[in-house]
Design a protein around this ligand. Structure first.
Ligand SMILES: [Zn+2]
Length: 445
């Protein structure tokens, strides 16, 4: 699996992380099914944007990109994104790119322009446009675009190798192709094939990468090898923030660091960004972020509650619920990663088991089975983590203790006893002393 990585010219924003989290979910779901996934994510550390950025700060390109590369690793760790097997840097794979461009020249798909740059001739590749379904107008064939990013209407021969110009400063390589640097698109073709072979299974990225980036990757790779480049392409939809496109000029542009600076929990951000189906637009709002935090907390307190279950057994009800949720969650995830439906099934399960827990019907063994399944699901979701027994009273327990005190004062012993039982199932043991009620928490037996 190859996923287009960050261009390390700035801190990654939450739209980038939506893509990385969708890819993380996909990988974890494949692993849940027992697939062994080899995951490669490139780091674009030389392109138009990184060169411009380093020049603005008047530091060397390596120094500039190293800062944002380290920041990227910190961010994915905070979001509990599993590490890829390889993070190839473009600047460490110039030889592979040069070799690929040479093959394209030999096969007649690439040519040198007057300024020494090398272009891919899109008119030579019959399948050009097959991913993004664009029709290449005849007029545009032969016209050239040198920048890395452009729109569908500007589809033209694109740069594989950019001859050195004054603006590039000290960023260049002396190669058989001349003095210059690679274009962005050839980087991904060269690095993906270097680690995964000429044909590999899955390639992902944001929908904005479909054209021109992925279209060009296909053209370069398939015309060089004569083989299918990728078996499955998956693209995630855009992220909106408060209902509109995220942009600095709208004041709704957020990096992960911006949100952590406002004291949001990274796992709540993770939950929010992965809980919408990847092919649907996701509208990021702070209200939804609060709700995501609450959803994570609900899952954690459910798992914590399981630690204290000491009931007599549900008489088969737990077994039934376990099989129902596996079907509901698994069926939805198998259906093109329909995570929102999967989460709905999970929360139904939590609600139904909570009813049994409240009635004291869940035995120790049943609780362990539920816990094991929650761990398996969390291997996919990555939001619950290790849940420790409580050392402070939950709000719920506090309220129950208060209610019990009232019941005792009213000499309603039946209610008081029932409340004591409920608290004990939550791991809260009460002692009535002359000074009033005392509580202590017991750990799982
Ligand atoms: Zn790429």
């Amino acid at each position: 699996m190859y996923t287009c990585g960050p261009t390390v010219y700035d801190y990654a924003h939450i739209g980038n992380f939506r893509a990385f989290l969708f890819e993380d979910l996909l990988k974890r779901w494949l692993e849940y099914h027992g697939y062994k996934v080899t995951h490669v994510m490139n780091l674009t550390d030389v392109d138009d944007k990184t060169i411009k950025g380093s020049q603005k700060q008047k530091i060397r390109l390596e120094e500039y990109t190293a800062h944002y590369t380290n920041a990227f690793y910190e961010d994915i760790k905070a979001l509990n994104i599993k590490l890829a097997d390889h993070y190839p840097k473009a600047t460490s794979h110039i030889a592979e790119m040069v070799a690929l461009v040479k093959t394209l020249i030999q096969k007649g798909y690439a040519y040198k322009s007057q300024d020494g740059s090398i272009y891919y001739a899109i008119g030579k590749f019959r399948d050009y446009g097959k991913l993004s379904h664009i029709k290449v107008a005849e007029l545009q064939v032969g016209a050239r675009v040198k920048t890395d990013e452009y729109t569908k209407e500007e589809a033209q021969d694109f740069a594989l190798w950019k001859a050195w110009t004054r603006e590039d400063g000290d960023v260049f390589w002396e190669t058989e192709l001349g003095k210059g640097r690679p274009g962005w698109h050839i980087e991904c073709s060269a690095m993906s094939m270097r680690y995964l072979g000429e044909t590999f299974d899955i390639h992902c990225g944001g929908v904005d990468n479909m054209f021109p980036h992925h279209e060009n990757e296909i053209a370069q790779s398939e015309s060089a090898t004569g083989k299918i480049f990728v078996n499955y392409w998956l693209h995630n939809e855009h992220l909106l923030v408060e209902g509109r496109k995220m942009a600095k000029k709208f004041g709704n542009f957020y990096t992960l660091r911006d949100l952590l600076g406002k004291d949001y929990e990274p796992i709540a951000i993770r939950y929010l960004l992965l809980s919408t189906h990847y092919r649907a637009q996701l509208n990021f709002t702070f209200e939804a972020l609060d709700a995501a935090g609450a959803a994570v907390e609900r899952l954690r307190s459910f798992v914590r509650r399981l630690l204290y279950a000491q009931g007599n057994g549900s008489g088969g009800k737990v077994v039934e619920l376990l099989s129902k949720v596996q079907e509901g969650f698994g069926g939805a995830m198998d259906d093109d990663l329909n995570v929102s439906v999967a989460l709905a099934a999970l929360f139904d399960f939590v609600r139904e088991v909570n009813v049994l827990l409240e009635a004291g019907e869940v035995s120790r063994t049943e609780a362990n089975d539920i816990d094991a399944l929650m761990k398996r699901f969390d291997g996919v979701l990555g939001v619950i983590g290790e849940v420790a027994p409580q050392d402070v009273l939950s709000k719920e327990a506090e309220e129950l203790i208060e209610k019990r005190e009232k019941a005792r004062k009213a000499k309603d012993w039946a209610t008081a006893d029932a409340l004591r039982m409920r608290l004990s199932e939550m791991g809260v043991v009460l002692e009535d002393t002359a000074q009033g009620v005392r509580w202590r928490l017991v750990k799982k037996a």
